[in-house]
Design a protein around this ligand. Structure first.
Ligand SMILES: [Zn+2]
Length: 152
């Protein structure tokens, strides 16, 4: 026979919180390259023939050390998938739809999630990264504003 859970076991509460995520050695190098040189750094595992982006210090497949395996990827790539968001975090309607997409940058295998700025996104389309102007870059993934349709 099921017993009713005592009321004291639940305590409805809203807990807004913020936190800082530590990027680690490779993540910090990725963010510094983005901020200081406008480069998107990946790392390539030769054993797995797989290129990660953002850069990583070790391969999640074979655990190889990738600290000497950095390379620049992009800024062009392919839009692999996307979604159109019409409501915000609290369920409120957005003034305009926001599109997020998974992009496979040229030279990379892993996908990068960022906003899609193309007016008419479609999977398989060529895109290119749009970065904040150098003076506005903060060393954040948000320094990549998003991806627009590639010229030409
Ligand atoms: Zn590997």
């Amino acid at each position: 026979m099921l017993e009713r859970a005592p009321e004291v076991r639940t305590w409805p509460v809203e807990m807004p919180f913020a936190y800082r995520y530590t990027p680690g050695v490779a993540g910090a190098r990725f963010l510094e390259a983005l901020r200081d040189r406008g480069e998107i750094l990946g790392t390539r595992c030769a054993a797995c023939a797989f290129t990660y982006v953002p850069a990583r210090r070790s391969c999640e497949r074979c655990f190889a050390d990738l600290s000497e395996a950095e390379l620049e990827v992009g800024p062009g790539g392919e839009l692999v998938a996307f979604t159109v968001c019409r409501v915000g975090h609290e369920g409120e309607p957005l003034p305009a739809p926001v599109v997020f997409g998974l992009v496979r940058l040229d030279g990379a295998d892993a996908l990068l999630l960022r906003r899609v700025l193309a007016a008419e996104p479609r999977t398989g389309m060529r895109v290119e990264a749009v970065l904040e102007p150098p003076a506005r870059r903060r060393g954040s993934i948000l320094d990549i504003v998003g991806f627009r349709a590639a010229a030409g």
